[in-house]
Ligand binder design. Sequence first.
Ligand SMILES: [Zn+2]
Length: 183
Amino acid sequence: MPTSSPVTPAPGELEIVRAFVNTLDIESGADLMRDPDAWASWAGAHGLASQATAADLRFGRRLREALRAALLANHDRAPLPPATIEALDAAATRSRLTVRFTSDGPTLRPVGTGADAVYGRIVSAVAASLADGTWSRLKVCAADDCRWGFYDTSRSRTGQWCSMSICGNRAKQARWRDRTGRT
Ligand SMILES: [Zn+2]
């Protein structure tokens, strides 16, 4: 995926969800959740301190892929897939999300610590985004060998690709090859 291309961050806390889904680069196989050290440095880069056990990371990788499925479903503005709902519920339980009131209104905050606190932040961001209408703009690239998380800023909410200049172009070239029979 296009590590060198410009990236539009998702608004506010939702960016942590986009970044979390992108801890796996499907194209290269690089996975920042492969071991506790890689995870701790990713979490640290996002201002989150997180020790994790191998079991925590296994849980997190399942949560990540359940979110990826939901971001794919967002292309059709489909509701959350059942497996994603199950994974979000499980993460909310593990992180012991609790309602806290601020002057801006209620927010969900995790009581759990370590990796669970990070998963709680992610669930909280998903909940807020579903409530404020930004959720359906968070997508993964339509290219099945990419699936990189991106925030669709297009007015029509019909963005398909993580990057028009990379995956968008590849798709265009593939269609051109199909039409002309050239390789
Ligand atoms: Zn892509």
